[in-house]
Design a protein around this ligand. Structure first.
Ligand code: ADP
Ligand code: MG
Length: 682
């Protein structure tokens, strides 16, 4: 018996070349192969008669070969083989192109099963290139439900099918991880049967059952993992904070906090007092003032003699948080430090020394803060900003730093409930559903190229009034994908030909960290009128004087991303605008973009986005911190998700700690999954 971890090269017919092709599909082991699930099926179980065939509808039928196949060379490289076949209802002429196998194997007088569709032909109906098998041979491509696999260059469906079949024959399928009680409650196939049936279903209904089981399994593993994480954290005890007077902090702010901000802070303070480590998500639309909530939490932790750390997904954002929070905290005597990857080794060393010796109270940084070489004297609170970029694995790694620090995660992207359940199943949630007073919604317009002169005039007008503009492009450089504006080229065009009299700056992700920071800082200081940028400006950067955002080729972005970008303006007191440009004529695309013009409700937009693009692309590629689900589709399998969630919660409560084989298997599967999730961090 082979093992799931054995390489696929132990299979017959899989040499180095084939192995490389399989590698393109991320298939290296027998286990990978068995978990390479079909993307669909063709029902070839029904046998009909020739007279029942319909044009262009492929079907299976039995027929006898009525003559010896004749092959003609039409020209070099094109051989035509013709053969007559018949059943008791009709005769049919079948044509094969360049098919030696058919020419040599179809025997006069023998009965076969064919799978093909009729096509209109000069002399009536015929059939080209049907699949066939001798009636007395085992059903491989006919008389069955045929799985259709995701393919890659060089690998045919048949080749994958053959390999999968061999793998299933030589090794056991992944072990059962769903407790019997759960399977019974939800009418779920056992693992053994499901893994066979997903590849070799006897009927479409069985294929469906298998798929349902595997989707359920994926959701179950993930949500059980989150539930375990949550349960294990809940068991921990930490010292309660006693110094909870927030008044000095509130008094130092230049504005009054909104009711929603105060509520979130109260919830955090309650967590600090509870004696268990906090695990809280603060979710609020862009511009709702999450930073102040984070600051309040840090203030409280430091006031109780602990260190706090705030982690941002980009250097720019880390630097901005650092400078704005320093302004707030330095006068209070709170000692701050910045730690980012691009600092010199010497600078980093100094900061790390200060952190471990306790001479820094509050550190702001990128995930350099997470690295093993960063240690804290007494880390009490970890905050992550724009949390969707940090996966579950990072969260658990974070809480492993120090002695069970409180964890506060902040997300600006309103997450559809479905996804929130999955991503944040281990967290309590505070929602900031209120914008600071005086914010007007950003007026948003969708226009095509004919509006270019008006856009330019509008930019000019904003600048003349002393304001600044963002122009966001989907690409950095001139790309092969023509028709997609590149920031580099567009900045040059604006500078040289459109606005020679204005100050144009450029910012994109391929610039060095220092350059990015300099460009952003200088724009924030008002030293440029127009900042041409890529989506690097998506997160967090605050330029209250910017009142206009033009997003070029807006159809290239996801709705949530556009909403997020749009949140970069309208942060000061002045009326702000967002102009989406698009050459796209697809009515659905335009409809989607128009929806964005009409609503400023991030949650609605997010639901729409999830429906359109699925969770994988929801946050841009691979940034959700979610594991890649193989079978499940979050927008379609909502009910299964809910079932799995309920089942895993019940399981944790009742038998979660019992030492059953399924329990052990489940726990090790969770470990693998969360480990893999870590790999998806940007
Ligand atoms: P986000 O939730 O998107 O992270 P920020 O924390 O960056 O939002 O806040 C956006 C802007 O609103 C900042 O300039 C911040 O100083 C300001 N702000 C935050 N809270 C308030 C408030 N209660 N009243 C007025 N302005 C506020
Ligand atoms: Mg923010």
């Amino acid at each position: 018996m082979a093992r799931l971890s054995d390489p696929i090269t132990i299979l017959k017919g899989v040499g180095p070349t084939k192995a490389k092709q399989f590698a393109n599909l991320n298939i290296f082991t027998l286990g990978d192969l068995i978990c390479h699930f079909p993307r669909g099926y063709e029902d070839r179980t029904q046998l009909i008669t020739i007279d029942q065939l319909e044009a262009d509808v492929p079907a299976c039928f039995k027929a006898v070969v009525m003559n010896t196949p004749r092959t003609n060379r039409i020209r070099k490289g094109l051989d035509l083989t013709k053969v007559q076949i018949a059943d008791h209802t009709a005769r049919l002429t079948v044509t094969f192109f360049n098919n030696r196998f058919a020419a040599e194997n179809l025997q006069y007088g023998k009965e076969y099963v064919f799978y093909g569709a009729l096509s209109g032909d000069f002399g009536g109906y015929g059939m080209t290139n049907p699949v066939f098998e001798a009636l007395d041979s085992p059903p491989v491509t006919t008389r069955r439900v045929l799985p259709i696999y995701p393919l890659t260059a060089g690998l045919t469906n048949a080749a994958i099918l053959k390999a999968v079949r061999q793998a299933l024959a030589v090794c056991d399928v992944p072990e059962e991880i769903l407790p019997e009680s759960v399977r019974r409650a939800f009418g779920i196939l056992p693992a053994e049967r499901a893994y066979y049936a997903i590849h070799e279903p006897t009927s479409m209904a069985e294929a469906e059952m298998a798929k349902k089981r595997l989707i359920f399994e994926e959701f179950f593993v993930f949500s059980a993992g989150l539930a375990l994480l949550r349960a294990s954290r809940a068991q921990k005890t930490v010292e309660s904070y006693v110094n909870l007077n927030m008044q000095p902090f509130y008094a130092s702010l230049p504005f009054a906090l909104t009711g929603a901000q105060r509520r979130a802070i109260d919830e955090i303070v309650k967590d600090f007092r509870s004696g268990a480590p906090m695990n809280r998500l603060v979710q609020g639309d862009v511009g709702s003032g999450k930073t102040m909530v984070a600051a309040a939490a840090a203030y409280c932790a430091v006031g109780n003699g602990k260190q706090a750390a705030l982690m941002a997904p980009t250097e720019i954002l880390a630097e901005q948080h650092f400078s704005s929070l320093s302004r707030l905290f330095a006068p209070m005597g709170i000692r701050m430090a910045l730690l980012t990857g691009s600092m010199t080794p010497k600078q980093k060393r100094e900061v790390r020394e200060a952190l471990v010796s306790g001479t820094v109270d509050f550190a702001v940084g990128t995930h350099a803060l997470l690295s093993d070489s960063t240690e804290f004297a007494d880390l009490g609170l970890v905050i992550t900003d724009e949390q969707h970029r940090f996966g579950v694995a990072q969260r658990s790694r974070l809480s492993a730093k120090g002695t069970d620090p409180h964890l506060l995660v902040m997300s600006a992207t309103p997450i559809p409930r479905t996804l929130a359940l999955l991503m944040y199943g281990d967290l309590e949630v505070s929602i900031i559903n209120e914008l600071p007073p005086g914010r007007e919604p950003v007026d948003t317009f969708l226009v095509n190229e004919s509006y270019r002169p008006r856009i330019n005039a509008f930019i000019r007008k904003q600048v003349a009034e002393g304001h600044q503009c963002f122009v966001v492009c989907p690409a950095v450089e001139e790309s092969e994908d023509l028709g997609m504006k590149s920031a580099t080229v567009w900045a040059e065009t604006l500078e040289k030909t459109v606005f020679p009299d204005l100050r144009i700056a450029l910012l994109h992700g391929q610039m060095k960290a220092g350059e990015k920071e300099a460009a952003m800082a200088s724009f924030a200081r008002g030293e440029a009128d127009v900042l041409v940028a890529t989506t690097v400006i998506e997160v967090g950067v605050d330029v209250p004087n910017a009142t206009l955002m033009v997003i070029e080729d807006a159809d290239r972005f996801g709705l949530s991303q556009l909403h997020q970008l749009r949140g970069r303006v309208g942060r000061g007191g002045s009326k702000s605008f967002c102009i989406l440009t698009s050459h796209n004529r697809n009515p659905d695309t335009l409809q989607r973009l128009k929806a964005l013009c009409k609503t400023t409700d991030g949650f609605k937009i997010a639901e729409e986005d999830l429906k359109m693009r699925g969770p994988g692309d929801f946050f841009g590629s691979r940034q959700s911190g979610l594991p890649a689900f193989r079978v499940a589709n979050l927008s379609m399998d909502l009910q299964t998700l809910k079932d799995a969630q309920a089942a895993s919660a019940r399981w944790i409560d009742t038998e979660g700690t019992a030492d059953t084989p399924e329990g052990q298997a489940l726990r090790s599967r969770i470990a693998v999954l969360f480990d893999r999730a870590e790999g998806t961090m940007n």
